[in-house]
Design a protein around this ligand. Structure first.
Ligand code: NAD
Length: 420
């Protein structure tokens, strides 16, 4: 498996062979079936999985995905990704993930809660011991996390709960906050200018995209374009974000926002497609929607001077190679979108201590952890003289981020006596 290539990482740091072996497999994989007779569905049978990739640094942390395409293999990859993220941003968690292969949109009434309660019963040992700590992911929500808490009665057994149910102020916004913070650091570092002078285009206007836009605006950046699955809007002078949000909550998507005759939003701008957004002449492009949107076919059209990956895996390998050849730096997902897992750590700490946390404290911790990781990644990229002429190697920042994470895990596994 391995979502990272140890041959490449070994070209930057020496990964001891025993560490490589431990990091190349899951520590634990649980496969089970959720079987419930539910009205009006009849007998529902769903395959479910929990994977611990590596717990050297702490409990296996990672979301619960409830989606019809969930498989053990994909759950395994996602658990592994969490190992790298938690190590890179320095929180005391390991990498984990769980999944239920089911379409949540087809469940009516309280049936989703019934499924989640059964999931808790089936893995109660993992949850009550604190060995695996879930959070919302595709198809699961803060309310679903409240259901988990309702079953375990332990606030630290799950994160991403609604703030009134032991959740964390600032948790919902944390990933977008982190993306905006990393974009600001990258703007200074790679473009030599403050974020307040940047023109930014954002693909995706869900949780991550919207909050990224809002925090970038607060920092003085100009959001000139946003798109979602329905369409997009572009205004060279900068978009009126509150108007875009108003339109999205009234109609369910960006399509039609600012169109002639549309007065509700008060937004002015031109309608654009997702393909047009990716090719806009902007300073920073932030893909914050889905994976695999910048590919061999369209990477050549990217005119942005910096790309910040807010979504997981928005660039394909060949798309990334084309950006590299054009000298466009890419801030990798495991660094840019890790604000959420840092906030999860703050929520877990709050739950364990019984303390209360202000949203500002959440943001401060996200900023501190991401900033430290950003500087470490840059330092490794510069010290090891990673440059863009390395052919098949991942570009410097991605490879450096992977190296920082692996180095951290190797040291932790030594501390624990897992490897010589
Ligand atoms: P979301 O479901 O809230 O929003 C997704 C947005 O992308 C929506 O606006 C949707 O319309 C748009 N979209 C979907 N398909 C599209 C397409 N083909 N083209 C253009 N736009 C499209 O999801 P989210 O929570 O904002 O997550 C976005 C990405 O960020 C995902 O890759 C997710 O894995 C990653 N991520 C999220 C978090 C988090 O805390 N939510 C943390 C880390 C990474």
């Amino acid at each position: 498996m391995a979502t990272i290539d140890f041959d490449q990482v070994n070209s930057v740091i020496d990964v001891p062979e025993p560490a490589q072996r431990l990091l190349s497999k899951s520590e634990k994989e649980i496969k089970f079936s959720l079987n419930l007779l539910l009205h009006p569905h009849g007998l529902v049978e769903a395959d479910a999985y929990v994977v611990y990739h590596n717990t050297a640094r702490g409990p296996a942390k990672g979301g619960l995905r409830i989606w019809p395409t969930v498989t053990l293999e994909h759950t395994r990859d996602l658990a592994e990704l969490m190992t790298w993220k938690t190590a890179l941003v320095g929180v005391p968690f390991g990498g984990g993930k769980s999944g239920i292969c089911l379409d949540p949109a087809r469940l009516v009434g309280a049936n989703k809660a019934a499924i989640i309660k059964e999931y808790v019963h089936m893995i109660s040992g993992e949850l009550l011991s604190g060995a695996y700590v879930p959070a919302p992911d595709l198809g699961s929500t803060p309310s679903d996390m409240a259901v988990i808490y309702g079953e375990t009665h332990k606030p630290e057994s799950v994160t991403g709960k609604p703030p009134r149910v032991g959740g964390l102020p600032g948790r919902r916004e944390a990933t977008g906050y982190g993306v905006s913070h990393v974009a600001a650091l990258a703007s200074e570092a790679f473009l030599g200018k403050p974020i307040s002078e940047m023109r930014v285009a954002v693909q995706g206007f869900g949780n991550v995209g919207e909050w990224t836009c809002r925090f970038l605006c607060q920092r003085g950046a100009k959001i000139v374009a946003v798109t979602d699955i329905t369409g997009g809007i572009y205004c060279t002078g900068g978009l009126h974000l509150d108007g875009v949000c108003k339109h999205v909550s009234a109609t369910g998507g960006i399509a039609g926002c600012g169109e002639a005759g549309e007065v509700r939003s008060g937004v002015e701008g031109d309608q654009i497609t997702n393909a047009e957004l990716l090719a806009l002449d902007v300073d920073i492009l932030i893909p914050a929607a889905v994976e695999g949107v910048i590919t061999e076919e369209n990477a050549g059209a990217v005119k942005a001077r910096l790309v910040v990956e807010a979504a997981n895996g928005p660039l394909t390998r060949s798309g990334e190679a084309i950006l590299r050849a054009s000298g466009i730096p890419v801030v990798p997902d495991i660094l840019a979108n890790s604000g959420g897992v840092v906030a999860s750590y703050v929520e877990w700490r709050q739950a364990k201590s019984g303390a209360m946390t202000r949203a500002e404290e959440t943001y401060e911790t996200v900023a501190e952890q991401l900033e430290a990781a950003f500087h470490r990644v840059r330092q490794i990229a510069e010290e090891r003289k990673l440059d863009d002429s390395r052919g098949e190697a991942p570009p410097p920042l991605r490879l450096a981020a992977q190296a920082v994470a692996v180095e951290e895990l190797v040291a932790t596994m030594r501390d624990r006596g897992w490897i010589p």
